[in-house]
Design a protein around this ligand. Sequence first.
Ligand SMILES: [Zn+2]
Length: 357
Amino acid sequence: MISLHVLGTSSAKPTKDRSVSGSFLNSPTGSFLIDCGEGMQQRIAAHDRWLRSIGSNERTKVSKLRAIYLTHAHLDHCWGVLPMLHSMDKDGRKSKLEIHGPTSIAALNWVKDRPGEVPDPDSGIYSGDLAIQFDWWKKHGGKNGAFQFDVEWILYPVDQIGVEGISISQEDKMSVHAYVTNHLDVPSIAYHFSTPDLPGKFDRSAAIEDGYDEKSIRDIALDISDSAKYRGPTRPSRSLLISGDTSSDVPSFIEMKSSIDVLVHESTFDDSLENKAASYGHSTARDAAKIASHMDVNFLGLTHFSSRFQDLSNLEKEARSVFNESHILEDGDRISIDLDGSIRLDRKGPEEWISIV
Ligand SMILES: [Zn+2]
């Protein structure tokens, strides 16, 4: 099962009920963060305490994180990383942490040639590019500017990635793929998490009826070709795509052939601010719904709302007029995708999850 704990749904700055971007993903290959705005470590810890208080067998723990996937360099998406690394160091972390993010070739060259310098505006390089931030974080984290655990800093120059995206992690139980998105001059990527196709469920009783004993059942169950007769239909890959900040005209999304169980897409503005969305490299709720209905998507989670909106029902209405499976996300929400393809949205109640979908 894949479950995404959405821990920040506000854009640019936090509001009374919404923090800036950051989600905690539990998957068959471990725990990951997608974006990490300010205060993320406290949010994760508070969410974990709540999960423990309701007796959940699922948890969100900073110590369990294997990697952080940053969609882009804007501070509302990455300003929580360095303090989190600092705490990991103080907590005696030993295991390696990967930090992934987009950059440009020009920014990588800048850091190589002029380390520590800030690019001037006519360089064409975004001054806060992750290559520049990573370079700084490396020198300022931990005791005496060095972490006691390994951090693998992994940058993807978006100018080298085509419409088909790039594979950035491939493990038996889950793969991660990155697609370039469109956030004006700031290199930005979306992350696609997918499980492989799995063989169908093994029907033990049918095998026993055919005279197999326990040991031979175990043997044939392990061999896909021998066990085909007793297996149900192949269970197809399950997937989650998280957009980061972007306008909705992303060629990779427009041309994507594979089906997506859950798309979490930014929807900063409503219809009345359509022009603002386009000029700032953002999407309206309707834009997100349009791309979801164009792609083969089963569930659309809307996030990253401008702090000007207190009531988001209008954004949901505008999205649903295009794509009915559109859902406004709240801080603390959990989206779960089961191996059989069923999708749930749960919201934090006082003492338990409340099922929304
Ligand atoms: Zn943002």
